[in-house]
Write a protein that binds this ligand. Structure first.
Ligand code: FDA
Length: 389
């Protein structure tokens, strides 16, 4: 069977690309080995799909080339996706930090994309395992366990290896390499970090969350951190995990929003107060107790020298954790790294040396922050390729 374009992977990026190309009159085949399209969409955002973020801009994406995403993100914006959502009558709401969610179910987003594919007469083949892909005489041929298909254009939209139990694989990287593209080392991202046994005291805080600023290198995120049985989680930690590398420290500011010199000022106002009690105003009690214990704080601030109080405050503003790993691809929401952008056109995601080949979505070395940025990349890169194939 011959098509104008074959798209591998019916996730957010592949569905968007197929719908756009189909509606431009292209004969499109969309293949996925999973029996269900858009599985990550269905479970995303706690079942409500955080489908975009109003602040989507290249600075909020991690990539070896931070400018690469600019063109696609600029041409297909959060407003464009919102218009589509509204055209389909899907009710939505805005949460904190410019994150947009469905009021109802994430399944509405999958339904919407499938309807858009229908409008473009896209042929969808689900539950079909890809056995081989080759390229000869200007045509790509895809052999599956059920047939052989050919097209002049091939789009790799099979995502990254995060959450294998949802059908995620590193297939995109293998295929891209076979066609001469380079791959930036993939790492789990938006993932909880694990702490070594030496940090056992903090593991006893499992379940405790606090508003913090988490920092790793130059990245800083003011959101909640959560202590877990294995280490650290919560939005602030998931965010810094995308920047974290083995051996690096993560610094946590437990006093965001408190003025510098807070502890010294507190000593003047309430000399009889303990550090533990004072900290209890900033963070949950159990965490306040652990932090005070780790600092070796006594009963009364009045009994502690100013220099020591300043030292404590400095530690509380940059408490250093040295994670020994992350919870890995099994728990990672996304993958940092992927098909190197250097080999791709930022306009239409095509391979520079093989223009009929395109790579879109999470498979590419472009990874968004937590909060709807990754779907916006899936839509925008899918749209860009869909316009070109
Ligand atoms: P995606 O992984 O969605 O799709 C790839 C498709 O390719 C899948 O359908 C898969 O079955 C198929 N495939 C893989 N290997 C194959 C092979 N060998 N042969 C054939 N098919 C193959 N982002 C966001 O912006 N807001 C949010 O709320 C969330 N929430 C969220 C929750 C959870 C639990 C996860 C795991 C992830 C998120 N994300 C998110 C991230 C978001 O889901 C992700 O960035 C996009 O789904 C990526 O879209 P893609 O289409 O590129 O890949």
């Amino acid at each position: 069977m011959t098509y104008d374009a074959i798209i591998l992977g019916a996730g957010g990026a592949g569905l968007m690309c197929a719908a756009v190309a189909g509606q431009r009159g292209r004969r499109v085949l969309l293949i996925d080995h999973s029996p269900e399209p858009g599985r990550k969409i269905v479970i995303s955002g706690g079942g409500r799909c955080n489908f975009t973020n109003r602040q989507s801009a290249p600075e909020r994406y991690v990539s070896a080339n931070p400018h690469f995403a600019r063109s696609a993100l600029g041409r297909y914006t959060p407003r464009d996706f919102l218009d589509l959502v509204e055209r389909h009558g899907i009710a939505w709401h805005e949460k904190t930090l410019d994150q947009l969610f469905c009021d109802g179910s994430a399944r509405q987003i999958v339904r919407m994309l499938l309807d858009e594919c229908d409008a473009g007469d896209v042929t969808l083949r689900l539950g079909e395992a890809i056995r081989d892909v080759d390229h000869a005489d200007g045509m790509f041929a895809v052999t599956t366990d059920r047939g052989r298909y050919a097209a002049m254009k091939l789009v790799i939209a099979t995502g990254g290896p995060s959450i294998p139990k949802l059908g995620a694989t590193g297939f995109a990287y293998d295929l891209a390499r076979r066609f001469g593209l380079k791959v930036v080392e993939p790492r789990p991202a938006l993932v909880p970090l694990t702490l070594p046994p030496g940090e056992a005291l903090f593991r006893e805080l499992a379940g405790v969350a606090a508003p913090v600023v988490a920092r790793c290198g130059t990245a800083a995120f003011a959101e909640a951190a959560l202590f877990t049985h294995r280490g650290l989680s919560g939005p602030a930690i998931l965010q810094v995990s995308s920047y974290w590398r083995h051996g690096e420290a993560v610094a946590i500011d437990f006093l965001p929003g408190r003025d510098k010199g807070w502890l010294l000022a507190a000593k003047r106002v309430a000399p009889r107060a303990s550090l533990r009690k004072l900290l209890g105003e900033a963070v949950p009690d159990r965490l306040a107790a652990t932090l005070a214990e780790q600092l070796g704080a006594g009963e009364r601030l009045a009994d502690t020298r100013d220099a020591v109080l300043s030292e404590w405050e400095a530690r509380l503003r940059a408490w250093s954790f040295r994670p020994n790993g992350s919870e890995g691809f099994a728990k990672a929401e996304v993958t940092v790294g992927g098909v190197a952008t250097a080999g791709l056109s930022q306009k239409d995601m095509s391979a520079r040396h093989l223009p009929g080949l395109h790579v879109i979505g999470e498979a590419v070395d472009v990874t968004g922050w937590l909060g709807g940025y990754n779907f916006q990349w899936a839509w925008a890169s899918g749209w860009a390729a869909g316009q070109a194939i």
